[in-house]
Each structure stands twice: as C-alpha cells, then as structure tokens.
Design a protein around this ligand. Structure first.
Ligand code: NAD
Ligand code: DAU
Length: 358
C-alpha cells in the first residue's frame, strides 16, 4: 500500500511511521508542517529508507496538498496532524480552529477530489482514517461509566471541541459524498518521543532537573493510559481491516489518578536514576500542587471491547512495563529532549507555570 500520513513528525504520528516502515512493505509519505511539536529526529530510524519520504507542508495549504496527493497516489490517508495540547488550546485557541477544523476540511476536500478520479476497484479500497481522541466525549462522573463508540459528544476544551468538529466533518463527508472513512478515538498515550509539555514526560524531565512537579488541582483526575506503540498497532489494524464508516474506541484498560502516575514515575526514578540533583532527598518531595486547568475534565475511561471483538486488538504493554521503558528511553535520549527544549519550549513553560516556579 501507499499510505499518506499527516502529522508523522509528532509523537503518535512518528510511532505510526516507524511501525509501518519497520513492520510492513508499505510505502509512506509523511506530510507535516513541523510546528513546535514536530521533530524529524523522532524519525531518524527511517530517514533515508527507500519506502519513506517526507514533505514539510501545512495541511491547510490546499494547492500544495493537491499536488502531493496527485503525485503520490495514496491508497490510504492516516490523518494525525493536529494541535494536540489542551493547555495551549486554552491560552490560544486560534491554531486549533485553523489546523484541526479548517485543516481537516481542506484534507477531506483534497481527498474527495482525488478519490473521484480513481477507478472503481481503487475507489472501493481507498481509506481516509481520521485519528481522534476520547476527549470528544467530555468527562465521566461515575466511577464505573465507560466511553462507548455511541457515547454522545460533549467536549469541554477548545482542543476537544475542535477535534469533535473534525470528527463530525469526517462522518459528514462519508454520509454525503461516500468518502470511505474510518474514525478512531483513543485515550492518553505515553512512551518515547513524547513532547515534554504533556504530563508524563514533563514530570520525568522536571524530576531529573530537580524542578517542581506540577499537579493541577488535587491530582485526583483520572486518565486511561496507553503505550504509544500499542496505539500505532491498533491504528494500522483499523486502517487495513475495519469496514468503511466504522468507529473504534482505543484504550489501555489502565485508569490512573494523575497523582498516582506522578508518584509511580518518582518511585521508578528512585531505582533508575538514584543520583539525584543536589539537595533532593526523594523525587516525591518535588510534588507541587498548582492552579487547576480551567474546565478540567475529571475522568476518562474507554470501553475498548469493540476493537478487541472485531479486530482482535489488545494492548501488549502493561502500565508498569510501559512506564519503565518510557523512563529508560528518556534517560538514554537526553540529547533528543535537549534539542526540543528550545526557545519556544522555554517560552511556553514560563507562560504556563509563571506563578509556580516550575
Ligand atoms: P503532536 O502534537 O505530538 O503532533 C502533531 C503533529 O502534527 C506535529 O508533528 C505537528 O508538526 C503536526 N502539525 C500540526 N499542525 C499541522 C498542520 N497545520 N499541517 C501539518 N502538520 C501539522 O500530537 P500527537 O500527540 O502525536 O497526536 C496526534 C493525533 O492523535 C492528534 O490528532 C491528536 O488529536 C490525536 N490523539 C492524541 C492522543 C495523545 O494522547 N497524545 C490521544 C488520542 C488522540
Ligand atoms: O485523552 C486523550 C488526550 O490526552 C489527547 O487527545 C491529547 O492530545 C493529549 O494531550 C492528552 O490530553 P490530556 O490533557 O489528558 O494530557 P496532559 O498530558 O496535558 O495532561 C494529563 C493530565 O495531567 C490532565 O488531567 C492534566 C494533568 N496535568 C497536566 C500537566 C501538563 C497536571 O496535573 N500537570 C501538568 O503540568
């Protein structure tokens, strides 16, 4: 297959590109704008591979995208390009509207125009796979409730509202124009190459630097964590095996309170990085409660039984093994982190945590 991946220089997109190039015979074109979150160093292991090419292109740039799609002639598009950080969407929603909504619209129109030119057999086989989030469902109050594929949308943040909008556009392009789409909604990913503005890599990096570990509110909010390579496998399975028009929820069966995640990282670091920065006795002493995120969703939890039943996918990594692997990766790849902790990253940290000395 020829697969066009958008956002392939990001955290999940790069895992998807590495998975496809290393485990299949498919050809990949990675289209990424390289925003602050995109990093070609995450793709060093496939750089120069004969089945991999890259184009630095904004998905909102329709003219360039039309040319790319006409030249590459994809059998499938996996759409991961997005603004993805909830806190950034609160302080600056414009980029989220632009990329997540307008960008997805431009991509759908480019795909539809291309798809209409295909012969019947290729037309039927073509897939537009939209990669979305469990945050479109809003949050769960009860402790037993789970997000199903049929749960009504109730997004809370500018980020999740923009992703919800893009999901609606994708489904409308299927129903109205017949574009063969599949949609996946996944829970929180973690693992190697995760940009250190998100909770798990931020905590690892701050702990190693002897800085405060910021917990929003009381830290009792719950997320379901999935190892990123398990997500990449699930996405490939859905893209190649799911029926047209289907939606799959993807999750790790692994609900954790934020405070427990942070404590687990501290405990693992005691073992894996015992030489602490000067003056630090225990990593947990760095835990600092800070101002809560506005509109903070309390609990996410996924029912992933449909993808298990239909496609036989289950996560391979447990949270214990996945978290250990992740911390070991950060300890061995400090150069990758140093390169992305550039000026823009410093500006974000100062703006976001300005009163807290994080
Ligand atoms: P990320 O922020 O790490 O990467 C996003 C990538 O998209 C970057 O490489 C960036 O350069 C690129 N990009 C941004 N705007 C672009 C534009 N206008 N044109 C082209 N490229 C652009 O994000 P991620 O965490 O890897 O998430 C990938 C996708 O998965 C997103 O759609 C996100 O909503 C979804 N998702 C993420 C998670 C998670 O836990 N991280 C969970 C579920 C779903
Ligand atoms: O659920 C899927 C979503 O998971 C994805 O769609 C998003 O792209 C991804 O960023 C992630 O969103 P979250 O907001 O859940 O992830 P984040 O890592 O930003 O925060 C995880 C939890 O930790 C959340 O409850 C907020 C909290 N938090 C986060 C940061 C950065 C803190 O307590 N302190 C922090 O400094």
């Amino acid at each position: 297959m020829k697969i066009l991946v958008t956002g392939g220089a990001g955290f999940i997109g790069s895992a998807v590109v590495r998975h496809i190039v290393q485990n299949t015979q498919d050809v990949v074109l990675n289209v990424d704008k390289l925003t602050y979150a995109g990093n070609l160093e995450s793709l060093a292991s496939v750089h120069g591979h004969e089945r991999y090419t890259f184009s630095q292109t904004d998905i909102c740039d329709r003219q360039t995208f039309d040319r790319l799609i006409a030249d590459f002639q994809p059998d499938a598009i996996m759409h991961l390009a997005a603004e993805s950080h909830v806190d950034r969407s609160i302080s600056g929603p414009a980029a989220f509207i632009e990329t997540n909504i307008i960008g997805t619209y431009q991509l759908l129109e480019a795909s539809r125009q291309y798809w209409n030119t295909l012969p019947d057999n290729k037309k039927q086989a073509f897939r537009f796979h939209h990669i979305s989030t469990d945050e479109v469902y809003g949050d769960l109050e009860g402790t037993d409730d789970l997000f199903l594929e049929t749960t009504p949308y109730a997004p809370s943040s500018p980020y999740s509202a923009s992703k919800a909008s893009s999901d609606h556009l994708v489904r409308a392009w299927h129903r109205t124009y017949g574009l063969p789409v599949v949609v996946t909604n996944c829970s929180n990913n973690y693992g190697p190459y995760h940009f250190p503005e998100k909770l798990i890599p931020l905590i690892i990096q701050n702990a190693l630097a002897g800085k405060a570990l910021p917990i929003y509110g009381n830290g009792h909010q719950i997320r379901d964590w999935l190892f990123v390579e398990d997500h990449a496998r699930a996405l490939y399975k859905v893209m190649t095996e799911a029926a047209v028009g289907e939606t799959y929820n993807i999750g790790g069966h692994n609900e954790q309170k934020n405070i427990d995640v942070v404590k687990a990282i501290c405990d693992l670091l005691e073992d894996l990085a015992p030489n602490k920065p000067q003056g630090i006795k225990h990593y947990q002493d760095l835990i600092t409660y800070v101002t809560d995120r506005p509109g903070h969703d309390l609990r996410y939890a996924i029912d992933a039984s449909k993808i298990q039943k239909d496609l036989g996918w289950v996560p391979q990594e447990s949270f214990e093994t996945g978290l250990r692997k992740t911390i070991e990766w950060y300890l061995s790849n400090q150069e990758w982190v140093e390169h992305i902790q550039s000026g823009e990253y410093q500006n974000w940290i100062q703006q976001q945590y300005r009163t807290e000395q994080v």
